[in-house]
Ligand binder design. Structure first.
Ligand code: HMG
Length: 388
């Protein structure tokens, strides 16, 4: 039985910040951000978007009415939850009109939550082949104005529909994982921004990649030459390149992997980190931009979530994967964005739900997304479907 990703949808805000403008404002050489970090732009998320609206906006692009009735599980991976109790999944299920006969819940382990959802979905479908599972991965990456992490901010959502006989990616059911209690990045309850030991986090990321890649190869008798591409969780695009460089050499196959990596980082370089969704935006970037990939080619996927959990798993490209269709969806989101100046970004950064409670109403007149957050009233979040 073939199980995997049948559809992928992507959404991000229609505002972005240019990394050359940010470098100039912070007194840095723009090449540090463009080359040293590998980021060109970052999404800036307005107060009218949160993980619920972004995930709903990503999912509504891919789901048919029939899908909505067939989905029997909605899994939401996020580290930007909107409530300490109620899951973001229930809100999305209701906004999209997904059958109430579905299981709906949220999972958390930093940026790993999306992959946990994918693996859980695959296991569920193996037991229930008629099932369709909606996996959502959405986050807002915030570090703090004028911190080293600022250039690695971003945000957005990925929605994936998993089923049997998938049209995009067939999972191998072959995976290696590693977890350890590590303080490289975390966000205490009282903070909207992450606390991060930046250089330590990059070392741990590479260490976990090396451990899980080796473990995967030992377990399944594979080596680098079995892969047509490796895709990575990309907190910033140079991070994946640093990890890839630890396993490639100057052979023609390694050059092919470096070229594939270049294709897999294109979208991420314009959106920034979207935590749980970053690996899957990179997968979309590879599938959309590669001219060398063919049906049945094997791809390795490295997922990393600080704290820390790593997983390396593999999948093959489905015969029906349509790269032009995937590309047109992402291109339409990215080509339609408004550039903010640094002061405009700083103002939007400071906006949002008051952290200590209270009613607030946001003006959604400039947000043309289908689903928006209108604010908070009597301690309840107020969402709106602007097409209803
Ligand atoms: P920094 O300390 O300001 O940067 O912050 P740096 O001094 O290390 O320089 C970065 C690179 O730019 C270096 O290259 C420099 O040489 C180069 P490298 O040695 O790394 O190859 N450079 C230049 N290149 C060209 N022209 C120039 C120039 N100047 C310097 N003129 C840091 C960097 C990543 C630490 C910071 O941005 C940060 O803390 N980011 C947030 C943490 C992060 O993203 N960590 C990644 C691993 S952890 C992870 O992936 C999980 C995460 O997604 C969260 C989750 O799981 O939920 C973050």
């Amino acid at each position: 039985m073939k199980i995997g990703i049948d559809k992928i949808g992507f959404f991000t805000s229609n505002y972005y910040l240019d990394m050359v403008d940010l470098a100039n404002a912070r007194g840095e050489d723009p090449n540090k951000y463009l080359i040293g970090i590998g980021q060109k732009q970052q999404a800036v998320i307005p107060p009218t978007q949160d993980v619920v609206t972004m995930a709903a906006n990503a999912a509504e692009k891919i789901l048919t009415d029939e899908d909505k009735q067939s989905i029997d599980m909605v899994v939401f991976g996020t580290e930007t939850g909107v409530d300490n109790s109620k899951s973001a999944a229930i809100y999305v299920q209701s906004l999209l009109g997904i059958s109430s006969s579905a299981r709906s819940f949220e999972i958390k382990q930093a940026c790993y939550g999306g992959t946990a959802g994918v693996q859980m979905a695959a296991d569920h479908i193996a037991m229930h082949p008629d099932s369709k599972v909606l996996v959502l991965a959405a986050d807002i990456a915030r570090y703090g104005i004028k911190t080293p992490g600022e250039v690695t901010q971003g945000g957005g959502a990925i929605a994936m529909l998993l089923s049997v006989d998938p049209r995009i990616l067939v999972l191998d059911n072959q995976s290696a994982f590693h977890s350890e209690n590590i303080m490289d990045f975390w966000r205490p309850f009282y903070k909207r921004e992450a606390i991060v030991d930046g250089h330590y986090s990059t070392d741990i990321y590479i260490d976990f990649f090396n451990k899980t890649f080796k473990d995967y190869c030992d377990k399944f008798g594979r080596s680098l030459t079995d892969f047509s591409a490796l895709v990575y969780h990309l907190p910033f695009t140079k991070m994946g390149l640093k990890a890839l460089r630890t396993v490639v050499d100057d052979s023609p196959h390694s050059q092919k992997l470096l070229k594939a990596f270049d294709q897999s980082k294109q979208y991420n370089a314009h959106v920034g980190n979207l935590y749980t969704g970053s690996l899957y935006l990179s997968l979309l970037s590879l599938l959309s931009n590669s001219t060398d990939l063919h049906a049945n080619d094997r791809i390795g996927l490295f997922s990393y979530g600080s704290g820390a959990q790593g997983e390396f798993y593999s999948a093959t490209i489905a015969e029906t994967m349509d790269s032009r269709r995937l590309a047109s969806q992402v291109d339409s989101v990215l080509s339609d964005r408004i550039k903010l100046s640094v002061p405009e970004y700083e103002k939007m950064y400071a906006d949002g739900l008051p952290i200590n409670g209270g009613n607030v109403t946001f003006d959604a007149a400039n947000d043309h997304s289908r689903f928006v957050l209108l604010g908070r009233k009597a301690d309840q979040l107020v969402y709106k479907d602007q097409q209803a």
